[in-house]
Design a protein. Structure first.
Length: 408
């Protein structure tokens, strides 16, 4: 243990929060609080990790990192400790291959630092960064690796062997993984392999239909290539949207599986969400559900969770509103339509969004960052609770709405 650092471990409701600060740092309470202190030996004797003393700190950090992987997030503490004991740490340099297509797989890979590229037939089909996992197909089926994975930066990963994972993971998580595998198993599927079910409506730049391939149901968005090519800016938006969606893997974000194109159209093959758009739900809901604290808090929690995820990836959505949020068949939210989303370092200047939900810093044109999405969430939550807009509720002209947003 570094003698120049103070390790702070907060243990609350079977969960660890770990921080380390230099001993010469100034620690200031930002509110009234109690401070308890104990020696390092006393702490480890009470927690009883059954591990060598000089390895306890790295073990704790491993548990905290494991919780950031979606499939481990809600596992009991004892299970997390078991997984932490068997995880093996590996490092790869940029350009190094983790495994190749056609090789035998017997491990699950957990990416804790850096980015990797998933390549099939010499094409990059997906990019993954920290918090992602891959190699799950080999855990359930006696199949060789379906793609090659190469380090896009210097990376740090942990691996878990197949037998231990299958014996110790929850059945609900296994079912989620199998569903995900089935959904993404469409690489060799062509347009002719899909069957039309019906229309789901029209988006900003194309029609959306419901289709199936005899195994799964999908949504597919068709965009006319001629229209997109005539407007060069549209091509840039489509490329950005595709890159962003392929990099995202979150239960509250619609999943882009792949894009397909022919002479006339570009197709976005996407996860089908069996549910209702939030805006339609708000129109149809019973008056008794207006001013509902529990419903409002749940929707707020879902939106804040997903925007925090996007912020960690340096992505700002820029058009969060009930029309771009769906409620699935289990009652959870799914954020859709990433046509205006971009990746930023600090801030951007582009004025975009929907009048009632747009943040004042966007309208003022002085530059804005991730806060714009939180403003849109605030407006959405206001609408969910009160059933009307906080700004420009009776305005018919967008300029009137903008004036209220900036002035109020």
């Amino acid at each position: 243990m570094n003698k120049n650092k103070l390790i702070i471990i907060l243990y609350f409701k079977n969960s660890y929060t770990i921080s380390n600060v230099r001993l010469d740092s100034e620690i200031i309470a930002n509110q009234d609080c109690y401070c308890l202190e104990a020696t390092w030996n006393d702490i480890i004797s009470v927690l009883n990790f059954q591990i060598q003393e000089n390895k306890i700190l790295s073990f704790l950090f491993r548990i905290s990192k494991l919780r950031k992987i979606s499939i481990f997030k809600h596992l009991p503490e004892l299970k997390l400790m078991e997984f932490s004991h068997v995880m093996k740490k590996e490092h790869y340099k940029k350009g190094e291959t983790l495994f190749t297509e056609g090789s035998v797989g017997d491990k699950l890979y957990l990416l804790f630092k850096g980015k990797v590229k998933v390549i099939k037939n010499y094409k990059t089909i997906r990019e993954l960064d920290r918090g992602s996992f891959f190699g799950e197909i080999a855990l359930f089926y006696n199949q060789t690796r379906s793609a090659t994975v190469i380090a896009d930066t210097n990376i740090t990963i942990y691996t878990i062997v197949k037998d231990f994972f299958l014996k110790n993971i929850d059945n609900k998580i296994l079912n989620i993984l199998k569903k995900k595998i089935a959904l993404l198993d469409t690489y060799n599927t062509a347009l002719d392999d899909f069957y039309y079910i019906g229309s789901l409506g029209e988006g900003k730049f194309g029609t959306v239909s419901l289709i199936h391939d005899c195994k799964n149901i999908y949504a597919i968005k068709a965009v006319m290539r001629k229209s997109a090519e005539c407007q060069k800016m549209l091509i840039k938006y489509f490329i950005k949207e595709r890159q962003i969606l392929l990099s995202l893997d979150h239960p509250f974000i619609v999943k882009l599986i792949k894009t397909i194109k022919n002479e006339d159209f570009i197709f976005y093959l996407m996860e089908h969400i069996n549910g209702i758009v939030l805006s339609k739900y708000l129109e149809k809901r019973s008056p008794k559900r207006i001013n509902n604290n529990y419903e409002t808090k749940f929707i707020a929690a879902c939106l804040i969770t997903v925007v925090n995820y996007l912020n960690n990836k340096k992505i700002v959505h820029r058009d969060i509103k009930p029309d771009n949020i769906m409620i699935d068949d289990k009652g959870y939210l799914k954020l859709i339509d990433f046509g205006t989303a971009i990746e930023i370092k600090d801030f951007t200047n582009t004025i975009t969004g929907t009048p009632h939900y747009i943040a004042p810093e966007v309208l003022l044109g002085r530059g804005y960052g991730f806060t714009a999405d939180y403003w849109s969430i605030g407006v959405t939550i206001f609408e969910v609770y009160y059933n009307f807009y906080p700004f420009g509720n009776k305005a018919k002209d967008p300029m009137e709405v903008y004036k209220e947003v900036v002035k109020k």
